[in-house]
Design a protein around this ligand. Structure first.
Ligand SMILES: Nc1ccn([C@@H]2O[C@H](COP(=O)(O)OP(=O)(O)OP(=O)(O)O)[C@@H](O)[C@H]2O)c(=O)n1
Ligand SMILES: C[C@](O)(CO)[C@H](O)COP(=O)(O)O
Length: 236
């Protein structure tokens, strides 16, 4: 427990990295695929560990992860904490990470959950998220407004309807919530694919913080090439 005079909420990162990347169909989980000479996960871990606002970075690995130890993470410094406690789903992994980190994190501290599969996270994404949510009672997430015309498909891939895109956003990560609020929401939630959905299911309204398309999730093989291009051509 911290002394009352220091009672400013801190920021921690939780990086779920216990998936097996089935849609990538590669020979190993996508978080370990090579990207510019490093494991894919290295890139976002480096940005999170270098962020002055973030105290620690908890990486949630699968219980039987054999690959983490084969790489050298020492350049990322002492903020990095691997936790071998991943679960069957992304939500299970995040919840396991929140529980494992609970001895270091105060209930009102902020937790930024970031997919290991989003290697193009930039310092300005983190800074904007933290700045815009600093006084928010609920928290929120990076997201981008939907740019394309949207179609709802039927069973045989025929268009059933054009869905109005006004007010539709694509969720990204990091998603930032208070530790206690997120833990309770995930404990109560079923079948959620992101933290914000769990918070919504609790009746709350996370704030959308506009990010950009460079913070893509590597899901299919083409995404790996896009990520490489983004990291190679990024300025600053
Ligand atoms: N049981 C799981 C499943 C997913 N993740 C993590 O959640 C993030 C986003 O999930 P996704 O892109 O769906 O990754 P995978 O589950 O690995 O991929 P796929 O769905 O194609 O199998 C990834 O960083 C992944 O490692 C996790 O920690 N634990
Ligand atoms: C959290 C997330 O990245 C938001 O876009 C996404 O929901 C997780 O990926 P998944 O493929 O749905 O597991």
């Amino acid at each position: 427990m911290r002394a009352m005079q220091n009672f400013q909420p801190r920021h921690f990162a939780i990086v779920p990295a216990a998936g097996n990347g089935s849609r990538m169909a590669a020979s190993r989980p996508k978080q370990y695929l090579p990207l510019l000479g490093k494991p894919l996960i290295f890139h976002s871990l480096a940005v999170l560990c270098a962020a002055p606002a973030i105290d620690k970075v908890f990486v949630v690995l699968s219980v039987d992860d054999a690959e983490w130890r084969r790489h050298d993470w020492s350049s990322l410094g002492p903020k990095l904490v691997p936790l071998f406690c991943g679960g069957a789903t992304r939500a299970d992994s995040v919840l396991a990470g929140l529980r494992a980190a609970a001895h270091e994190v105060e209930p009102s501290d902020w937790v930024l959950v970031h997919d290991a599969a989003r290697p193009c996270l930039a310092p300005w994404h983190i800074e904007k998220l933290i700045r815009e949510l600093a006084r928010d009672e609920v928290g929120g997430l990076l997201a981008v407004p939907v740019a394309d015309t949207l179609k709802r498909a039927g069973e045989h891939r025929q268009v059933l309807a054009t869905v109005p895109r006004e007010n539709l956003w694509q969720a990204q990560t990091p998603q930032m919530f208070r530790h206690v609020m997120l833990r309770r929401a995930l404990e109560a939630a079923t079948h959620v694919t992101d933290e914000a959905s769990a918070i919504e299911a609790a009746g709350l309204h996370p704030r959308l913080v506009e990010g950009d398309a460079t913070n893509l999730k590597v899901t299919y093989p083409l995404d790996l090439h896009l990520a490489e291009w983004i990291l190679t051509n990024r300025e600053g």
